[in-house]
Design a protein around this ligand. Structure first.
Ligand SMILES: Cc1ncc(COP(=O)(O)O)c(C=O)c1O
Length: 394
């Protein structure tokens, strides 16, 4: 294969928006100061993602799903922007409480909780909880005067990379039994919610679920409905481009126009806000020719921040920090641990790399550090926070 064709292949493997010279300059400086592997959290990008999603879904209250990336700087920035927070565990409750975020801005969305977790959230002051089954409803009976419940319904989607309606959500046909049971127990229900799945390929599942929710609210009109929570699922472009968020949200907005005016609409975006806000700098720490391919061993891999390749099925766009015109050759990028599953990309065309060369993995904010381990005693990558990646000095 000639060098031009290979260069083209490498380009398509990279993200569609190349790193700017200023981005590269800042990243180079950060690597010199902090070493690698290094995650760089870019707060300007947090602003942009939040504001862009809010503009695409006007009037919708955005509860950031803390599980995607629970970094204090990110949470504080969203708090300043007027954001709200979707919490799922006692650990997440404690984190937002320690940051001074007020409970009125939070909802608890995990459909399965221990009693101790319910009490911890209530002590914090969070009173809005998701349920999706009878046993969970019963857990709230001791607290019935202090809680308002949201019932999560399952809507399966073929389009989502991560199916979140298999494990959670009651079937639409079971809603009647659940609502009746909660009412009999003297519990207050004010909301319906769903999550059609993460990294959704099209808005069709959201639209269908919104329509079904409106219908359900009409059917069960004895309930004092106040909230409709449309979950997360808003997609970002990794190696493969996805719909622009404005196009993705247009049909959702149209469907939401049919929701009665007194109902507040909520969403729980995690990935859309966090993913583009962080990049990772990695360094080549070893190289070997094995058969026809060059193997490059990087200082982080699928046991570290690239764990999202395993758990989240994401393929991050990876490029060289310093672009080169050299011929490309079939290469493998591997992580540093002793396990053979720790391979990042088996089929990437790269110029010949040397030990010490730096690579940049992008779209590394969501479900990356969150699921990183310290297998082999490799510590999780350090995070540095910059106000604006394109400003030298951070
Ligand atoms: C209950 C709940 N809400 C919100 C999210 C965030 O979803 P996404 O990252 O697709 O926006 C998740 C993801 O797992 C979730 O489980």
């Amino acid at each position: 294969m000639d060098s031009q064709a290979l260069n083209h292949q490498f380009a398509t493997h990279s993200h569609s928006q190349p790193l700017s010279d200023l981005d590269r300059q800042t990243l180079r400086q950060l690597a010199q100061i902090h070493g690698t592997p290094l995650l760089v959290l870019n707060l300007k990008r947090v602003d942009e993602q939040y504001q862009r999603l809010q503009a695409a879904l006007p009037g919708v209250k955005l509860f950031y799903a803390v599980k995607a990336l629970a970094h204090p700087a990110l949470l504080m920035r969203l708090n300043q922007l007027g954001g709200h927070f979707d919490l799922a565990t006692a650990g997440e409750v404690n984190m937002v409480r320690d940051l001074g975020i007020v409970a009125e801005r939070c909802i608890h969305t995990h459909p399965i909780k221990k009693d101790s977790e319910i009490r911890e959230a209530l002590d914090f002051g969070c009173t809005r909880f998701v349920v999706d089954n009878l046993a969970e409803v019963d857990k709230f009976v001791p607290y019935k005067d202090r809680v308002q419940l949201i019932v999560r319904v399952s809507y399966r989607s073929q389009d989502a990379v991560v199916d979140l309606s298999r494990k959670f959500g009651c079937a639409l046909e079971e809603l009647h039994t659940l609502l009746e049971h909660a009412q009999t127990q003297g519990l207050t229900i004010h909301g319906l919610s769903f999550h059609v799945g993460s990294q959704s390929g099209s808005p069709a599942a959201h639209v269908k679920a919104i329509e079904a929710s409106i219908e359900a609210m009409r059917t069960f009109d004895q309930i004092d409905w106040k909230w409709l929570d449309i979950g997360g699922g808003f997609p970002v472009s990794y190696q493969t481009p996805v719909m622009e968020i404005e196009d993705f949200c247009a049909p959702i907005r149209e469907a939401l126009a049919q929701v009665p005016e007194n109902i507040e609409i909520w969403a729980e975006p995690g990935r859309y806000i966090a993913a583009p806000s962080m990049v990772e700098l990695l360094c080549v720490m070893g190289r070997a020719r094995r058969g026809t391919r060059m193997w490059y061993y990087l200082d982080d891999g699928v046991y570290g921040a690239l764990s999202g390749q395993i758990y989240d099925h994401a393929l991050y766009p990876i490029c060289l920090l310093e672009p080169r015109e050299d011929d490309l050759q079939p290469s493998v990028l591997a992580g540093p641990t002793c396990d053979s599953i720790d391979v990042i990309d088996e089929d990437i065309d790269l110029p010949e790399l040397q030990i010490g060369d730096l690579l940049v993995a992008r779209m590394m904010g969501a479900y990356t550090l969150a699921s990183a381990t310290e297998f082999n005693f490799y510590p999780k990558p350090q995070v540095v926070v910059v106000e604006d990646l394109s400003q030298p000095g951070g």
